[in-house]
Ligand binder design. Sequence first.
Ligand code: KDG
Ligand code: MG
Length: 403
Amino acid sequence: MKITAADVFVTCPGRNYVTLKITTDDGLVGYGDATLNGRELSVASYLRDHLVPLLIGRDAARISDTWQYLYRGAYWRRGPVTMTAIGAVDVALWDIKGKAAGLPVYQLLGGAARDGVTVYGHASGAGIDEAVADVARFLAAGYRAVRVQSSVPGLDSTYGIRVGGGLTYEPAADDRPVEDVWDTAAYLDFVPRLVAATRDQLGYGFHLLHDVHHRLTPIEAARLGRSLEPYRMFWIEDSTPAEDQSAFRLIRQHTVTPLAVGEVFNTIWDCKDLIAERLVDYIRTSVPHTGGITHTRRVFDFADTYGVRSGSHGAGDISPIGIAAALHLDLTIPNFGIQEYMGHLDPAGEVFRSGYHLADGMLHLGDEPGIGVQFDEEAAARYPYQARYLPVNRLTDGSMHDW
Ligand code: KDG
Ligand code: MG
């Protein structure tokens, strides 16, 4: 089963997605998600210019060997661009392996270990009342877990607030990033009130999450965690900039609120100390950004040894192919925690036809062989790439801050 072609598609059906298609000499086709939000073209180039020439002629069945060849062979290891490109190849090869076997990928990974994949949805609002009403809307739709975010009084824009009815937090196409303004004191005063109102009005019969999005110092994060303890959070996410693993030692000393981190990680080396020292409770690496199913499975297996659970990143900038790949892994691992699910903006459904569906707060995979997502090249061509940036953040005095 030799690889005869590998093609990269960049399309913008609502937002940008990069898709890798690998074709074999026996006519099988596999797809991988190579989307890296705001840096899409760098992964497309890494694939087209550096990996595609190496893939032609390789045996598509040798997934592990190809993974090692691309990872060790690069010499320049790790990093989001490299690992997203390798991840796309890996998922496309798992897709092909499933199709060759006539089985969904989760069957090749050991079969389902649970009935479905519990997901959390994204509730948000311009203030407490609107945010709580949005959480209630998710609960009414059957969700068992909801993330709550709200605009912070006094700040013009805050991460995580849905614009209109859309499923995106980034403003439309522009030639440079939008600048948000951040005030930690206002945020730290506000969030306990938001969370308290959510629990007061809606109770404790569901999992409640909140994303800090890397904005606090360790002691500020510790204070936030402690202030939220009465409200039994499922987790607070990315409370400090993720590259500083030692920050979590300090946070851990002060609070029993569960901690999650990992959406910007791309290898096991980014999180091995966090896991081995039990400094976090959930590891949020995503299949597309962490070297595909092959490497993400290693991260989760290692985490299981230390009682750390998965909580994979699943924002709308991960395409339906990336989400489906995550679901195959989620369904099989022993230490599944939760899966983020933001959904996708129309017209993404014209380009990606996915076999998974939401019922009772869980995502359920279909029985199609492989990953189970079809990619429509003609539809993709109708939505050309649009340059977009993620926002940046400044403090009220104009200093750059983490977004
Ligand atoms: O591309 C960046 C987004 O994926 C990120 O801002 C979303 O933090 C996020 C989340 O938890 O979904
Ligand atoms: Mg996040």
